[in-house]
Design a protein around this ligand. Structure first.
Ligand code: 5RP
Length: 215
């Protein structure tokens, strides 16, 4: 499994432009990308990071970490996913970094998603859908998610996001219209962000086969 993640992470280096600032996601697949990025760090200006975890790894490799407000629009964002459908729509947030990941994906011209083959699904929803919520709205959001979708929200107890919020994981979904579901769940007061990347899907998906498959 980690060999597939390494193959996908290293392949994504081919998308990095010289002299650019690179958007960097979060997770074990991205860790391989960061390690490969370190080998070409003299060719890039720096990175914008989606989590404290990735920031630490980038800094440990001597890669400058820049603020998104200062960096402006980015040419490239590289991140993993928990599920990917044939239209490159994703479920993300298994690492609780979904909100910053969504912000950087939106700020980037090209989103390259790096996954192992097990993440490919015909329909999203087998992986519980993460939703970041303002803590005081946890029960309200859970009730409304249940009413709207029929899915079972479970509080990811003990986890606080980098933004100081909590995460609900919604089990038992079959998301046939991910754009509509993303839009509807985003409307619930107290929802910070939904781990559906459908309105802004990936542009390129790299699957860590041997050799890697670029979709
Ligand atoms: C973090 C994410 C990750 O991209 C997702 O969980 C995949 O992680 P991994 O590469 O470790 O399988 O969305 O919030």
């Amino acid at each position: 499994m980690s060999e597939s993640k390494r193959l996908a992470g290293e392949k994504a280096i081919e998308f990095v432009e010289d002299g650019s600032v690179v958007g960097v996601g979060t997770g074990s697949t991205v860790a391989y990308f960061i390690d490969a990025l370190a080998r070409i760090r003299d060719r890039i200006e720096g990175a914008v990071s989606s989590s404290e975890q990735s920031t630490q790894r980038l800094k440990a490799h001597g890669i400058p970490v820049l603020d998104l407000n200062a960096a402006g629009p980015l040419p490239l964002y590289v991140d993993g996913a928990d599920e990917c459908d044939p239209h490159k729509r994703l479920i993300k947030g298994g690492g609780a970094a979904l909100t910053r990941e969504k912000i950087i994906a939106e700020a980037s011209e090209r989103f390259v998603c790096i996954i192992d083959p097990a993440k490919q699904v015909p329909v999203l929803g087998r992986f519980p859908l993460p939703i970041e919520v303002i803590p005081m709205a946890r029960s309200l959001v859970a009730r409304q998610v249940l009413a709207q979708t029929g899915g079972q929200p479970v509080w990811r107890e003990g986890v606080t996001t980098d933004n100081g919020n909590w995460v609900l994981d919604v089990h038992g979904l079959e998301i046939v219209d991910p754009v509509a579901t993303e839009r509807a769940l985003n409307q619930i007061p107290g929802v910070v962000s939904v781990g559906l990347f459908a309105r802004r899907p990936a542009d390129v998906v790299i699957v860590g086969t041997e050799p890697p498959t670029v979709l």
